[in-house]
Design a binder for this molecule. Structure first.
Ligand code: SF4
Ligand code: SF4
Length: 231
């Protein structure tokens, strides 16, 4: 996930052990007019909730040509229903972190800030727990893990492409899509099902059903692309 782009007015003065608690009252006021990014693992979780492939998920549930959740005409999130979030067990990471925002400073330290709340928010801010326990209560752990791994891979691929350009090497298939942040295309960066399907077909492997196995093969496909980019 790209954590940049926060308002310069925000003060990131919390760390993982800082006192913090928040009790959301599930009024849904904050689920309107948002640009919620969905990385590959998030898209995979959400697509399975809807019983579809990640390819169809991107086509039907994200803003056209992006990896940003689609909003309905009234501005509500694609997943917002009368009873609240219709994807709650599989909601994206930013929805789990809220109302905290996160940056990683130049020293590699994670810092957190309390984001501006919706004017109608009736959630209860406090200091009864810690930032860490709040994240655990939101089931954020696998999301942080996969977000970190994908972000590191993405960075390495961009660096490899940059070196290719410096050497004057030609463009690789999918390179344009990779550089357009948040977009998808025929590059395996986003679409887990399409990428793993092609990868397995080429290697004569059965395509697995399990999410962890799919993500593991997605990483393999990305690593292969990275090796080709370095060649
Ligand atoms: S995914 Fe759920 S929690 Fe997140 S903005 Fe949409 S409805 Fe709200
Ligand atoms: S506006 Fe506040 S209380 Fe309402 S759903 Fe969002 S975080 Fe929860």
């Amino acid at each position: 996930m790209d954590y940049s782009g926060y308002s310069p007015d925000l003060v990131f003065n919390l760390d993982i052990q800082s006192a913090f608690s928040f009790k959301c009252q599930v009024c849904s006021a904050c689920c309107y007019n948002k640009a919620i990014p969905v990385g590959p693992y998030e898209a995979l979780r959400l697509s399975r909730r809807l019983g579809m492939t990640t390819t169809d998920f991107y086509r039907r549930c994200t803003e056209q040509g992006t990896a940003i959740l689609r909003n309905k005409p009234d501005g509500s999130c694609f997943f917002l229903s009368a009873g609240g979030c219709g994807a709650h067990p599989d909601r994206p990471l930013v929805c789990r972190l809220f109302p905290l925002g996160k940056i990683v400073d130049s020293g590699g330290n994670e810092k957190f800030s309390i984001m501006p709340l919706h004017p109608d928010c009736v959630g209860l801010l406090g200091e009864d727990e810690t930032v860490e326990s709040y994240f655990m209560s939101q089931g954020s752990e696998p999301y942080f893990h996969y977000d970190g791994v994908y972000a590191a891979l993405h960075k390495r691929i961009l660096e490899a492409l940059s070196r290719r350009r410096e050497r004057g090497t030609g463009r690789m298939a999918g390179e344009r899509q990779l550089h357009a942040h948040g977009t998808r295309g025929d590059f395996p960066w986003q679409d887990v099902d399409a990428t793993v399907e092609a990868f397995c077909r080429r290697l004569g492997l059965p395509k697995p059903d399990g999410l962890e196995e799919l993500v593991a093969l997605h990483f393999e496909a990305l690593a292969e692309w990275l090796a080709a980019a370095r060649a």
